[in-house]
Write a protein that binds this ligand. Structure first.
Ligand SMILES: [Zn+2]
Length: 427
């Protein structure tokens, strides 16, 4: 059976990608499989060129929908009709990944490597049941995405302001104690953790990471995944962390604190003279403190160990090729509860051009709220003061919240008010 390639400009080119068989992969043989392979490969080559982080193959009522996540936002790139198209494409992806095509409507994951235009790219395929069948997400774990070739990863490359960089560097270079990084999925937490580790990686300290999965390689740092420890020290992050602590590292990065046992170990290590850098779920800096309280951690112990908390977001930046001055529309101001006089400033927007695929945005940069714990805050946290009091003290110190930091970027014409509203949604 012939399969029509989607009628989008990018997919009409001959695909430049070649899939290396993943472990246990069966080779597609039929013409049908070849056509599907072409569709998948064309999408991969295209997504890589555009800098997409994931490709979504979705089963919809009208057939297959392919969407790319670029700069954190999904864009539909093609729809291919026919009820069977989605099922066959997803079955093909499973075959490529060495998964059993007959197993349907069950969450599955597989990792592998593909070669695209002569470059090896690590990918992760995740499958989920959905209303109209199954959805597949092909995540591109491109290690080169972190920093341009030849550059060393540092905090500056992440797009933080110079004030933020100075604070992050100061937190990263403390000899011991706990630093937490928080924010929703996809806000760049891992990259910031890596950036902070790279700042202190001078070869004199033993630095070990325990990660849920290793997303990027950092030269000179011993990176380990939770799964590496399944036979030692018990299951999960806490077991892995216990095993790592026996090796007495100077600096430890914890990919995610999700349970009380891990939180307690992290805190204990920080109190014992280790430097611990960890990601924890939450939206704003104070959520990290309340999360530790919910884990049943003694606030006095947290106050004793905590050096700082960073919450961050990634904002899409205005495309430099089509940027033009703009007076913010009243509804954009109202959406952010800003008065009309807030419209003055150097606001810009992208009119849309070929370089930004008419989105008006090109690339992203980080904004952060950074809580640096000084003696006054230490006392308040240790005394279980209400979060409102802790927040008031942090504001008195001059801590900027995420929305204020993002608005500053909009006023400087680097992003738009719409993007500020999208990324710093409150409540
Ligand atoms: Zn543009």
């Amino acid at each position: 059976m012939d399969v029509q390639l989607p009628a989008v400009e990018t997919a009409q080119r001959p695909p430049q990608a070649q899939v290396l068989p993943m472990r246990g992969a069966r080779q597609p043989g039929s013409r049908d499989a070849d056509s599907l392979a072409q569709l998948v490969l064309a999408n991969l080559a295209d997504a890589l060129k555009l800098g997409a982080s994931d490709i979504h193959f979705e089963s919809a009522s009208r057939g297959l929908v392919v969407r790319y996540r670029i700069d954190g936002v999904l864009e539909t790139v093609c729809e291919a009709g026919g009820g069977e198209m989605a099922a066959r494409t997803i079955a093909h992806l499973k075959t490529l990944a060495g998964l059993d095509g007959a197993v349907r409507r069950v969450p599955q994951e597989a990792r592998g490597t593909i070669r695209v235009n002569g470059r090896r790219v690590d990918i992760l395929l995740s499958l989920l049941p959905s209303l109209h069948g199954e959805d597949a997400i092909l995540s591109i774990l491109d290690k080169r995405r972190l920093v341009p070739a030849g550059e060393v990863l540092g905090i500056e490359q992440l797009g933080f302001t110079s004030v933020d960089c100075a604070q992050l560097r100061s937190l990263a270079t403390q000899p011991y104690g706990l630093v937490l990084v928080t924010g929703p999925a996809g806000c760049g937490k891992t990259t910031t953790l890596y950036g902070m580790l790279s700042e202190i990686n001078d070869g004199r300290d033993k630095i070990v990471t325990v990660e849920e999965s290793i997303e990027y390689e950092l030269p000179g740092i011993l990176q380990t995944a939770v799964a590496d420890y399944k036979d030692a020290g018990g299951a999960g992050m806490a077991g892995a962390l216990r095993a790592v602590l026996r090796h007495d590292p100077d600096r430890i990065m914890i990919g995610a604190i999700r349970d009380a046992a891990t939180a307690e170990l992290a805190l204990h290590a920080a109190q014992e003279g280790h430097f611990v850098l960890a990601a924890v779920g939450g939206n704003q800096v104070f959520d990290a403190i309340s999360r530790f309280a919910r884990f049943g951690i003694d606030p006095a112990a947290l106050a004793d160990a905590l050096n700082g908390v960073v919450s961050q977001r990634l904002l899409r930046t205005v495309c430099p090729h089509c940027a033009e001055p703009v007076e913010p529309p009243p509804r954009a101001l109202a959406a952010l509860s800003l008065p009309p006089e807030a419209a003055s400033g150097g606001f810009r927007r992208g009119a849309g051009c070929g370089a930004c695929r008419t989105t008006g945005y090109h690339g992203r940069r980080a904004v952060a709220e950074i809580l640096v714990v000084d003696e006054r805050l230490r006392t308040l946290i240790g005394q279980r003061a209400p979060l409102a009091d802790i927040r008031a003290e942090a504001r008195r110190q001059g801590m900027q919240n995420l929305r204020e930091a993002a608005l500053e970027l909009a006023r400087a014409g680097l992003t738009t008010l719409e993007e500020v509203a999208r990324v710093t949604r409150q409540g």
